[in-house]
Design a protein around this ligand. Sequence first.
Ligand code: NAD
Length: 379
Amino acid sequence: MPRTIQAATLRTQVAAIIAGTGSTSVEAEQVAANLVLANLSGHDSHGVGMVPRYVDAAAEGGLKPNASVKINLDTGPMLALDGQRGYGQIVGVQAMELAIPRAKQHGTCVLSLANAHHLGRIGHFAEMATAQGLVSMHFVNVLSRPVVAPWGGGDGRFGTNPCCIGIPLKGAHRPAAGPPQGGAAPSGGGDPHAAGEPGGDFILDYATSRVAQGKMRVAHNKGERVPPGYLIDEHGAPTDDPGVVVVPQSNGLFGALMTFGEHKGYGMAVACELLGGALTGGGTWHRPADTARTVLNGMLAIVIDPAKLGTQASFEEEASAFISWLRQSPPGQGFDAVQIAGEPERRARAAREHEGIWLDDATWGEIVAAGAKVGVSVG
Ligand code: NAD
């Protein structure tokens, strides 16, 4: 039976399973909080549904519980880190906690993070920066099954390569306290009390595939079809069956996701691979698919302090004027209002904190089975 679970309960259950992979209780709670926050934000594809995959990846040895970032280079404004295959929810936060004070000191920090295990929702890291009044841009590649086809190609050659831009929009919305701590969930780019209200920071965060692979898993588990233009099948023909990228097809091969925006999204995906994979040293994908459950991410992040650029006052004034100009656009057909990136997530958090998180039967069954693999009963 599908079920609705309150966030706090789900955090406890997921933390128990993550601890079963060998994580300390502190690490397990931080990973669980991050995953549940993704569900709360409306991104079920990057929430607790990833737990079975993490359990398998830890068992394979591709994910290393309790690993921390290794600093390969630290010149202040340039920071090169190796995530050492640790939980992305841990090493990604550690990386940002190193980059943020450096950006504040030097005005900018160029951060490269190689070999992080799955970083989850990239917006989480941008929210850490915007909560401190910093701009942050993220280019990420995915070393896993190559599930996205190049524009003009007929099979998967790279991952869903997300990119993310966080821009702080209003000093008044920023918490007065210090930076978010390792385990603490960022407020979502604004005053948590303002969640669901217009306002808060601009957090643009998406996969360069037309949709995230995890959303195809969710759709497949729900037995849904998807709109045209999302997928090609194992022969390179258009299809609306999300199963083509979830389970091997009759010939043993998978189909592929299309990039968003045709050749333009394809170009962004390649940029993410070159910056997140090649420039970080984590590596690019150029080999046939394998069956490994490990998902490694490389991330290049550029963090900028507008106060150090000398344009803080005009930045705040002009950004605010532009956002209100956007909001004055009359709603188009089928829309209630113009929204700013980051707002849908804040609205979802406000609703789901209250209503709980809905999990379909297949996803919950997989989580229960993952728990059983590490001797944890959450059924
Ligand atoms: P999506 O298609 O749901 O787009 C989300 C973005 O669009 C957000 O910035 C959101 O605020 C904005 N948005 C949505 N509706 C809007 C509206 N009406 N008006 C204005 N802005 C709007 O996202 P996605 O491509 O499915 O990606 C989901 C998540 O998956 C992201 O958090 C991404 O980081 C993550 N991801 C991670 C990996 C990885 O390997 N770690 C890979 C791919 C994707």
